[in-house]
Unconditional design. Sequence first.
Length: 168
Amino acid sequence: MGKPLKRTNYCDLLAQGITQIGEDISAVERIFIKDIKREEIRFAWYKEDNEGKRRFIPRPLDLTEVELLELIKDGVNKEVFSKEFREELKKITKVGIADVTHTLTDDTYYVSPIVSIHSPKYISHSIGETIKLLANDNWSFSGKVGKWDYSLVDMWSREDELIAIWEE
């Protein structure tokens, strides 16, 4: 990690994902606690005043499941969570997402064995939910493509981007 976003006597704020509804700001944060010399994940609640200044509220953060999912997605996008944690998180979901490459030399499509950069945004507990998220973001079904294990999976496209999705 680079330079901390903020330093206090208690901790350094290393990364932060947020969502905001009105003056209420929900945050998931990677912090380094100075006294025990350990990185931790903190869920926090802030209030924003009329000048845009945030004030930490030392109370529990209560969210709906939809709000929590949006917060976690932003936390993933802002690298609050380690690569190892994200890999473990993927194991509890039932949908796989990978980039697809199209080669012009033999007009073949290949599913990458590496997780797509789009995974945090579209990963879901069900293939139906993933399809809804993709459709809402202007992706369209483009056909089937062979995965590295020789199974056929759905291919989706948006402009010049291609991804494959499948149920685990």
